[in-house]
Design a protein around this ligand. Sequence first.
Ligand code: HEM
Length: 129
Amino acid sequence: MDLRPLEEATLYDRLTEEGLSRLVNKFYDLVHQHVVLKEIFPPDLTETREKQFAFLSGFFGGPSLYMEKYGHPRLRMRHLKFPIGETEARAWLECMRQALRDTVPDQKLREDIFAALARTAVHMINTGT
Ligand code: HEM
C-alpha cells in the first residue's frame, strides 16, 4: 500500500497505467479527426500512440519507457520537421483537453495534467504563425 501523502504522488500514480492508455487512445482518435492536425500527422497513428504512451509514462513520473526503447526524446528537435505555430499548438491542446474530459473523472488531476502539457506544447512552437 502506498502511504505517501497525496501531494507526493506523481501524475502517473494518480492517473494509473490504464488511465494513461485511455487518455492517449482518446487523444489520437481526436487528432485523427481534427481539421488542422490531420494534415500534419500520418494517417496511421498506431506507432505514434505507442510512442506517446511510452513518453508520457516517464513525463508523468512513471516508468521511463520511451528512454529505454528509443533513447533521449529530444522532443523539440523531433518536432522541427513539422510546422507548429500557435494554431497547431492550440489544436493539439484542444484535443488533449477533450480527451482529458472524456477519460479522467478527477477534475484536479485533469487540470494538473493539462498545465504540464500546455507548457510543453508552447515549447514545441517552431514557426511565427
Ligand atoms: C504543440 C503541438 C504539437 C504538435 C502539432 C505535434 C505534432 C506531432 C507530430 C506530427 C508527430 C509525428 C507523428 C508520427 O510521425 O508518428 C509528433 C510526435 C510526437 N510528439 Fe508531438 N506534437 C505537439 C506537441 C507535443 C507535446 C506537447 C508532446 C509531449 C508532451 C509531444 C510528444 C510527442 C512524441 C513523444 C512524439 C513521438 C516522437 C517519436 O517519433 O519518437 N508532442 N508530434
